[in-house]
Design a protein around this ligand. Structure first.
Ligand SMILES: Nc1ncnc2c1ncn2[C@@H]1O[C@H](COP(=O)(O)OP(=O)(O)OP(=O)(O)O)[C@@H](O)[C@H]1O
Ligand SMILES: O=C(O)[C@@H](O)C(=O)CO
Length: 417
């Protein structure tokens, strides 16, 4: 094993795993900290946790348990994967988890790099942009759980961590890996504990991938991992690495629990052509028989055409109203529970392809289906591979809220079989 990844949510985990596979690295994704005796043969192991928005101590404990599992297999390098839109407010978990991992590894310096240029997530002078717009002016300011109101990654990190954060600017990236290594050494010697790496392009990813090759712990988005994998692997055999994760034809359903801008557009595009049903938040909260009713609706849709869609996805203004009425945490937990129960009922009824939108939603669906690990297949869109459960014949597409193009739900089905 050459890289061990600790990811703070499920779609984040499949995102980074997809990029490693696309560079020809054999990669296995394990959901939750695996049992101590599990044997895995792979170039990279991605452990997906659900620690993005849980209490801080839980996030720290689970991340350290994942680290211990990887250390027990002599893993030489570790990657803490979080969202390319940071998804972590001043009370968030990225700082505390990074500090705990550094302490456990006996290290005192790392990089902070939530980038993925191919999906429009870039960093310029330490400010995070989403499709050219500062993070706090993007759809992320309306996020139901982690509204992002600052685009300055140094400030975000300083607010939730133990040390000081510096920046390696795009101008240094332009000068190549040697210059970046020198800039990192200088920040470290000046007492900085973290360095935010600028990245405006794929070329910058390659440079930073080379520059951090010897760093024990790195942190960031899958753009950084793409750069690292390219630095090691060159162009490995991506088709062979993806073979076990390829989805056969199957019986599919689309479950959308993300309220991101892109998911709203994807749901609108899909509803225009496919059978769809909106989740009623009130009934999710109060009606024990509701998931069965949703399952009955899905089962009643014609087979063979487009997969039926069940969605909780709402535009920001509707979501605000629902959250004000029911409480944000209560409403989102009820919606997640509903999707979890629905997925179980559909599996029991013979569904074997689950296309899921939203990181938290994907986490709950995967857990409810009792899936412990995935083989990673071909990418439907950058950062969204098809994955195939290790222990049963189920294929899933786990889409981060803002990933994929407008016809993503169609694209996923077109790639299957
Ligand atoms: N109509 C709704 N009312 C209240 N909460 C909702 C509603 N629809 C979705 N939610 C909740 O919003 C949260 C969305 O988070 P999720 O991680 O699934 O999507 P996302 O944040 O857009 O994706 P990502 O984390 O990949 O960026 C979930 O907890 C979900 O249950
Ligand atoms: O980095 C991203 O944007 C995604 O992998 C993710 O973590 C969203 O849940």
């Amino acid at each position: 094993m050459r890289l061990g990844v600790i990811a703070d949510d499920f779609t984040g985990a499949t995102d980074i795993a997809g990029f490693l596979v696309a560079n020809g690295l054999r990669t296995v994704q394990l959901n939750d900290v695996p049992p101590a005796d599990l044997q895995v043969e792979a170039d990279a192991v991605v452990i997906s946790l659900k620690t993005r928005s849980c209490p801080v101590q839980q996030a720290v404990d689970e991340s350290l348990a994942a680290l211990a599992w990887l250390q027990a297999r002599n893993c030489p390098q570790f990657f803490f994967k979080y969202c390319s839109t940071f998804d972590s407010t001043a009370k968030g978990n990225i700082g505390p988890v990074t500090d705990a991992l550094l302490a456990e590894l006996g290290e005192d310096f790392t990089v902070i790099c939530p980038v993925l240029p191919v999906n429009g997530r870039t960093i310029f002078n330490g400010y995070l942009f989403v499709n050219g717009v500062p993070l706090d002016e993007s759809g992320m300011r309306h996020h139901p759980v982690t509204p992002m109101t600052d685009a300055n990654v140094m400030r975000l990190m300083d607010a939730q961590s133990k040390g000081k954060t510096g920046n390696v600017s795009y101008r240094v990236m332009d000068q190549g890996a040697e210059a970046v290594r020198a800039a990192l050494a200088e920040l470290k010697s000046k007492g900085f504990r973290y360095a935010v790496l600028d990245a405006l392009s794929d070329a910058h990813l390659v440079v930073m991938g080379q520059a951090v090759a010897e760093m024990t712990l790195v942190t960031g988005g899958s753009g950084l991992a793409d750069g690292m994998a390219r630095a090691w692997a060159g162009s490995g055999d991506a088709a062979a690495a993806a073979a076990e994760g390829r989805p056969p034809k199957g019986r599919g359903v689309v479950l959308s629990g993300s309220c991101s801008q892109m998911t709203n557009a994807q749901v609108a595009a899909y509803r225009a052509e496919a059978p769809s049903l909106a989740v009623d938040v009130d009934r999710s909260l109060h009606d024990a028989g509701y998931a069965q009713e949703l399952a009955d609706w899905v089962l009643a849709q014609a087979q063979g055409g487009l997969a039926p869609l069940v969605f909780a996805t709402q535009p920001p203004e509707e979501l605000k109203k629902l959250q004000a009425k029911y409480g944000a945490a209560e409403a989102s937990e009820a919606v997640e529970r509903t999707f979890g129960a629905l997925a179980q009922k559909l599996e029991a009824a013979g569904f074997d392809q689950f296309i899921v939108a939203g990181g938290e939603t994907s986490g709950i669906v995967t857990q409810s289906l009792g899936i412990g690990g995935f083989h990673i297949g071909p990418q439907i869109a950058p950062g969204v591979p098809w994955v195939r459960a290790v222990e049963k014949p189920l294929s899933l597409a786990l889409k981060s809220g803002n990933f994929g193009q407008e016809r993503f739900f169609f694209d996923a089905q077109n790639l299957a079989g």
